[in-house]
Design a binder for this molecule. Structure first.
Ligand code: NAG
Ligand code: NAG
Length: 580
């Protein structure tokens, strides 16, 4: 794709529609080491504030006429209101007390249907973010969630662009649902969609590109869909009326793959799949991930060569294409500290040509992220265990939260834009996990090569430790549940989550201090007890050869120290600069 003005406009429109990029992984019980299903979700938007949204359970609240206000999760704009229901479930993070979890990524889709086409024409009110939280308040299982989403959208209209949803429940069922609005001239509110159950033993993923192609019509146990999913495409001239409806591909019609979506979106799926699939996958789909061959599509789900633990999934969701051809830490743009990150926008122009940054899976703009485990062996209230981080998935610690938790630790308390509350992004607040986790992340960004390995080790140790604590806790919880009942067990779990999140927050603030002390002023400063001036050793880490070479290639002899007369030998050279 070389890009004339029209193509470029299209490209920029596309980029705008995926400005809220996200990445999801969906792991079935048969593909996980402990038999839980897992949903990993990075919510990537720089205006997102990392807090645990909490909607307490309500009973007998919504009488006739009571309304629920709906604000767009992305923009904070009020879209309207819908009737409230009498009883709602406890929702915390993206999980509920019945063990239901929902994640998403935005794919945008064809302009006829993307971009909130139903708002003005038909008065649609539900954006995809509100849809998630309302569904979590009203549904218990994955299949119920799919029907709830469909019913809500049919009744009140869909006010966002194309979305992929990851849905899992306490039974371990894992579904991937992709939908796009019906547009403004089809004259029916709502969205068309296909939802497929990921077969047990398999792993799915999505990242800002629709992945559903053709799908079965006669297998309701494993595939559900809107009756008019093809009709809408025919109405808008996106699919020939004479073509075989069974050959209809959701993604190829509503969100065709282009260079940018292969390279920036599907490449993230490729990254995760190729780390866990049978050998050969990485090479087989490298052309596709690079955007060289965009017709060579990857399967919707794959069978991993080994079962995945929670820690494995954390690592997948932490990655930046390390060790692959797409690793951005290897070129000049990485700076002198080998960072995988770049200044945005993702697409940039130089002398009439267009270029892009690699869109890594873990990314600075993540507002919050989680990996949820749905444990079929636990009671419903304790089934959803959400490992929640308040910033970049690769540089932030994850704290364990249960779907039935009725209280949130103070550092994680806050409302979202979907509740009509703008994110408080202009005031640093050290009492909030979001800010302290951002401080550690941002510190890391500027000294990546030195600081990231330290942060990585710190997080990995913390997660292993918390995982052990949760294993002990689970035994206690089951005992309490049996002897004293659900309420006592939920109280105990809530207290554990609150205590742990408070402790991690305090630990992270101290960790920021440690990092700062250790990497101050471009040095690496460590303890050295017998050193008389500071009890410390201040190492000068220097430049790696790749960086030296780039500097010399660019500047020639500008920095070269002449080897004639003035400098006698290496020893005197080093002595002469040691004090400078
Ligand atoms: C909700 O509660 C009101 C009264 O509080 C009652 O009239 C109504 O039937 C209830 N609706 C449902 C669906 O239970
Ligand atoms: C792209 O991949 C498809 C499917 O594997 C293959 O048939 C086609 O030959 C490939 N095209 C190129 C240019 O490599």
């Amino acid at each position: 794709m070389s890009g004339g003005p029209l193509l470029l406009t299209l490209l920029l429109v596309l980029m705008a529609t995926i400005s809220n990029g996200c990445t999801d992984i969906l792991v079935t019980p048969g593909a996980s080491a402990d038999g839980s299903s897992m949903i990993g979700y990075n919510a990537d938007s720089v205006s997102l504030y990392g807090v645990l949204y909490h909607y307490p359970r309500t009973e007998g609240r919504g009488g006739p006429g009571e309304l629920r206000q709906v604000f767009d999760w992305d923009s904070g704009v009020r879209f309207g209101e819908i009737p409230e229901v009498n009883s709602t479930y406890n929702v915390i993070g993206n999980s509920n007390e019945h063990g239901l979890v929902i994640g998403e990524s935005t794919f945008g889709g064809v302009p006829e249907l993307a971009g909130q086409k139903q708002i003005d024409a038909l008065g649609a009110v539900l954006d995809y973010g509100s849809l998630i939280y309302i569904t979590l308040q009203r549904a218990k299982t994955a299949v119920e969630a799919i029907h709830t989403i469909n019913a809500l959208l049919d009744a009140y209209g869909y006010a966002s662009s194309g979305e992929s949803f990851s849905i899992s429940d306490k039974s371990g069922d894992v579904w991937m649902m992709e939908l796009i609005g019906r547009g403004d001239t089809y004259k029916k509110l709502g969205a068309v969609w296909v939802a497929q159950k990921i077969p047990d033993g398999y792993v799915g993923a999505h990242a800002n590109q629709a992945r559903t192609t053709t799908f079965p019509r006669d297998d309701p146990q494993n595939c559900l869909f809107a009756e008019d999913v093809v009709d809408v495409a025919v109405h808008y001239g996106l699919y020939p009326s004479t073509a075989d409806p069974l050959k209809f591909s959701f993604s190829d019609t509503y969100n065709p793959v282009q260079f940018t979506s292969a390279r920036m979106s599907e490449a993230r799926v490729w990254s995760m799949f190729s780390q866990i699939a049978e050998e050969g996958f990485q090479q087989q789909y490298l052309d596709y991930a690079l955007g060289i061959n965009i017709t060579k599509r990857m399967p919707l789900f794959i069978k991993p060569r080994a079962k995945l633990s929670l820690i494995d999934v954390m690592q997948l969701m932490n990655s930046h294409y390390e060790g692959t051809k797409l690793d951005p830490a290897k070129d000049n743009g990485a700076g002198i500290f080998a960072s995988p990150y770049r200044s945005r926008p993702l697409v940039w122009e130089y002398q009439g040509k267009h270029y892009h940054n690699e869109r890594t899976l873990a990314t600075p703009r993540t507002g919050w992220s989680f990996i949820a485990q749905l444990r079929p062996w636990m009671p419903a209230e304790l089934s959803a265990l959400v490992w929640f981080a308040a910033d970049d998935s690769s540089t932030s610690p994850r704290v364990p939260v249960f779907g039935s938790n009725w209280q949130v630790a103070e550092p994680y308390v806050g409302k979202g834009t979907q509740d009509g509350v703008p994110a408080p992004l202009l005031k640093l607040d050290m009492t909030k996990a979001f800010w302290v986790q951002n401080m550690v992340s941002n510190f890391c960004y500027y000294r990546w090569q030195d600081a990231y390995p330290v942060v990585r080790e710190k997080i990995d140790n913390l997660q292993r430790d918390l995982l052990k604590q949760v294993q002990t806790l689970d035994d206690q919880l089951l005992k309490i549940y049996k002897t004293k009942g659900a309420k006592e067990a939920v109280d105990f779990a809530t207290q554990f989550s609150v205590r742990t999140a408070n402790a991690v927050h305090q630990q992270w603030l101290e960790f920021y201090g440690e990092l700062f002390v250790r990497f101050r002023d471009f040095h690496i400063i460590t303890e050295k007890k017998d050193e008389p001036s500071c009890g410390c050793d201040a190492k000068e880490p220097g430049l790696v050869d790749a960086v030296k070479k780039r500097i010399i290639d660019e500047t020639g002899d500008h920095y070269e120290i002449p080897s004639n007369g003035q400098i006698l030998n290496k020893e005197s050279l080093l002595r002469s600069v040691a004090v400078q």
